[in-house]
Write a protein that binds this ligand. Structure first.
Ligand code: HEM
Ligand SMILES: *[C@@H]1O[C@H](CO)[C@@H](O)[C@H](O)[C@H]1NC(C)=O
Length: 321
């Protein structure tokens, strides 16, 4: 009886972590995590957008064919996943490549690009005042890069039901949807993604009625109709460079910038999750936004990972070996 129970508990544990483990490189490349951290810090010191860019990169990697570094492949062919419509504006590739080069110089053939992306996202969160969390590692790099696999990326105009479905297909709950969308607490969006919400939301060319009226004119001022779609604006009004729960407060009060973030407050289940971080006794009692965000990130980082002898450890992140 006891061994059976033990096996059950063990297999539960392994199932939960998908075969990844914290400190996977402790013996094979002890400085792996500090090397990534240094490269990310240096990038952040010279480019303000480095942390948000790296956080977003991990999401886009994980949602297509699992967290396997597939988004990093750049063969130059039309079929590269990287060029998918759903990956528009994704950046950070050189930072990952820089970390990879240093890791190859220190411990060749050991650290996967997929793990570098996951670690860099963690460091990005911490660098912007977010929680520090442990990232299970041991991911292997994928051998597939196929644009059509990105057809189903969450889209800015998706309904809340579509978002829930797309997340649940990746094993992520409604709570995860809210927490992971809160990544929009840092970073910017191009006006390109605001067009629908500001000028094409309703049949007659109206805007999303959920936007606070004062904020609507502010948004229209920044992103005028037929203006420059490359103009950028913070997604977390008033706090776009700091990781905090202001994004959820903004979502509650009509100050969400992204359309999909606004939708989170119009559905009973996701609204409850948002509200749970603003209980009367917060911040002393109740769930911790920071801890829950970290948990959701770890979960996202386990989507479809390759482990053991699956895939490969790339020498260069942009190319298969
Ligand atoms: C729920 C579905 C999601 C949609 C529809 C969505 C959409 C977007 C859009 C349209 C942008 C602006 C991109 C640009 O103009 O460069 C953006 C930026 C960003 N997204 Fe999301 N996103 C989603 C979920 C997530 C998740 C799960 C994460 C990470 C956990 C994330 C992290 C980010 C970050 C950090 C940025 C800022 C990038 C920058 O400043 O360059 N997003 N997202
Ligand atoms: C890419 O994926 C699609 C959908 O799974 C598949 O039909 C297609 O054959 C794949 N293309 C390549 C080049 O592997």
């Amino acid at each position: 009886m006891v061994p059976l129970l033990l096996i059950l508990i063990l297999s539960c544990f392994i199932g939960a972590s998908q075969g990844l483990q914290v400190g996977f490189y402790a013996n094979t490349c002890p400085n792996a995590e500090s090397i990534v951290r240094r490269v990310v810090s240096e990038a952040a010191a010279s480019e303000q957008n480095a942390p948000p860019v790296l956080l977003r990169l991990h999401f886009h990697d994980c949602f297509v064919n699992g967290c396997d570094g597939s988004i990093l492949i750049a063969t130059g062919l039309e079929t590269d996943e990287k060029g998918a419509f759903g990956h528009q504006g994704v950046q950070g590739f050189e930072i990952i490549e820089r970390a990879k080069a240093q890791l190859e110089a220190t411990c060749p053939g050991i650290v996967s690009c997929a793990d570098i992306v996951a670690l860099a996202a963690r460091d990005a969160v911490f660098l912007t005042n977010g929680p520090l969390y442990e990232v299970p590692t041991g991911r292997r790099d994928g051998l597939v890069s196929n644009k059509s696999l990105a057809d189903n990326m969450p889209d800015i105009t998706d309904s809340i039901d579509t978002l829930k479905t797309k997340f649940s297909e990746k094993g992520l709950s409604e709570k995860d949807l809210v927490l992971l969308s809160s990544a929009h607490t840092i970073g910017t969006t191009a006006c390109f993604f605001m067009t629908n919400r500001l000028y094409e939301f309703t049949a007659g060319g109206g805007s999303d009625p959920s936007i606070n009226p004062g904020f609507l004119s502010e948004l229209k001022g920044t992103c005028p109709q037929n203006g420059n779609v490359n103009t950028r604006l913070p997604m977390d009004r008033g706090s776009g460079q700091t990781f905090d729960n202001q994004i959820l407060q903004n979502i509650r009060s009509g100050f969400a910038v992204l359309e999909t973030d606004a939708r989170l407050y119009e559905d009973a289940a996701t609204k409850n999750v948002v509200d749970s971080y603003f209980g009367f006794f917060r911040p002393f009692l109740g769930p911790s936004f920071e801890a829950d965000f970290a948990e959701a990130m770890v979960k996202m980082g386990e989507i479809g990972v390759l482990t053991g002898s699956e895939g490969e450890i790339r020498r260069v992140c942009s190319a298969f070996n």
